[in-house]
Design a protein around this ligand. Sequence first.
Ligand code: 5GP
Length: 391
Amino acid sequence: MEWWVSMPKIELHAHLNGSIRDFTLLELARALGHKGVIDFSKVEHVILKNDRSLSEVFKLFDLIHIVTTDHSSITRITKEVVEDFASENVVYLELRTTPKKNDSLGMSKRSYMEAVLEGLRAVSSVDVAFVPDSEEPGNLSSPLLSDADNKYNGNNRKKIFVRLLLSIDRRETKEAAMETVSYNAKVFWAKLSLFVTAFEHFTSLLQVMLALEMRHFGVVGIDLSGNPAVGEWITYLPALKFAQEQGLYVTLHCGEVSNSKEIHDMLDLLPQRIGHACFFEEEHWRRLKSSNIPVEICLTSNIRTLSVPTIDAHHFVDLYNAKHPLVLCTDDSGVFSTSLSNEYKIAASSFGLGRKELFELSKNAIEFIFADNVVKEDLRKTFISAAKNQE
Ligand code: 5GP
């Protein structure tokens, strides 16, 4: 096995639906074609196309969402995505997804997330630990937790830690939010009414409420994503600040397109991490470096979407040389036909980094994960033992 596959890795920027297997996407699309919901012959080439601009990527996501947004598909995709990452020795995975609502299928944002949890429970090739330590069954917490939800102690089976981030899609409208309110329990209605008047746009707030409600299940933070050419990020600022105040971690897609003011204002929030950082200007780099905000680097995604002109010009090099906190990630392993191992391989061949340097890079990411110290300590041990095995 190649060293970039066998070494332990940490994935911090993976969108659930973007990580779908080609095979699964084609199978689900074909099934919808048979039902007459879509014209499969018209979408097959869209799915199989490899080079896509950023705007074409978002068109593909519209198609993916039509095909995948039902409970059993979300459960299947989650299971497969976790198994795929585990198979290439990802030992800690932060998976992000935008909870969706689909009335015709009886899907609420909460039931969408329950389908994701079912997917985590359905993983069979590896032990999955997704419940935070303080929430383990037996320590009280939610009656919905089962003993099988943290099956990682005391055996020699391969294991993977999974934590979840709820994404806020920049496209979501106030109207959509109004329609989705019903999932929440009374207590959240009460809290909501306190804030609703203060927020012009409260879909994002609902997402934060859902994240808080689902902390027991390994939801650790909020991501702001979706088409960067759409909407004003500032709309979501109150909800993002609220999330931070409540102890949720926040990561932002930042600098995917040229928008100096947006980047400036996003850095003001001091998010716990940012993704991409492709269109940064001198002033942004200076502020990023002085604030030490870790950057989720997605090499293949940035090249495929032409967000950086060539791999040689990628900002990875400057940030790496400046010893800025960095983590290599896939973004959308399905959409961009990549894997985390492949991203490490690309970094090795493009930037002249060796096995040792990339092992260190991977290990350093432990410090930027959104999980607690118990998980961090466990991961440190995993890396120490992997280093010994390599000697
Ligand atoms: P999902 O949230 O449905 O599980 O994953 C797909 C969604 O993630 C997309 O619809 C989009 O909102 C977001 N996403 C995936 N890749 C990217 C990306 O490269 N940039 C941005 N801004 N959003 C993305």
